[in-house]
Design a binder for this molecule. Structure first.
Ligand SMILES: Nc1ncnc2c1ncn2[C@@H]1O[C@H](COP(=O)(O)OP(=O)(O)OP(=O)(O)O)[C@@H](O)[C@H]1O
Ligand SMILES: [Mg+2]
Length: 162
């Protein structure tokens, strides 16, 4: 079955790294980071997602996707193509993300305030949004690796715990 994988997490949480290590071989990459010169990135993103689905290609949407609205824009495309919607919530501390972000070079590095803005908007995902599967991901101790756990809906992972 075709999959739409939606990443959710702060800048510097490890999303693009996780894409490279876990999905680059099997899933296309859709990211607004690749549309910086586009005037209507939301429309462009929806178009690209539909193109991949039409071609029968699974994909990952690698943005911070902090709000239900951001995720709804993606999820509402899925039924037309009978795609399975899977979410990965990157469980991270903002202090760690700020540190990792400051270590990045060039365009990959964003201003600190961007992380605070995302943190303030971030709403953890919920099955009621239409996800078929949800996971939480954490950067593991062994560099370059990740811990993946099934999502526990009751767990307190909201902005107040970051
Ligand atoms: N598992 C890991 N172990 C060690 N370092 C990591 C790990 N994952 C990511 N990093 C480092 O953390 C930094 C941020 O990672 P990455 O670029 O993947 O974050 P991101 O969530 O894609 O951020 P953005 O939303 O800004 O694109 C990078 O310098 C990366 O090398
Ligand atoms: Mg990234």
């Amino acid at each position: 079955m075709i999959e739409i994988i939606i990443f959710i997490g702060l800048q510097g949480a490890g999303k693009s790294t996780f894409y490279r290590t876990h999905f680059a071989e099997t899933h296309a990459l859709v990211s607004k980071d690749l549309m910086r010169n586009n005037k209507r990135p939301a429309r462009r993103q929806a178009f690209l997602i539909a193109e991949h689905l039409k071609a029968g290609t699974s994909l990952v949407v690698d943005n911070t996707n902090p709000t239900r609205g951001d995720r709804q824009d993606i999820i509402e495309i899925a039924p037309d193509y009978q795609a399975k919607i899977i979410g990965y919530y990157f469980d991270s501390q903002i202090a760690d993300c700020l540190t990792r972000n400051r270590q990045r070079e060039g365009k990959a590095r964003v201003p600190d305030y961007a992380l605070y803005m995302t943190r303030n908007k971030l709403v953890p995902p919920d099955y009621s949004e239409g996800f078929h599967r949800l996971f939480q991901v954490k950067i593991a101790e062994n560099p370059g690796t990740f811990e993946i756990h099934p999502w526990v809906q009751e767990e307190k992972l909201g902005p107040e715990s970051i």
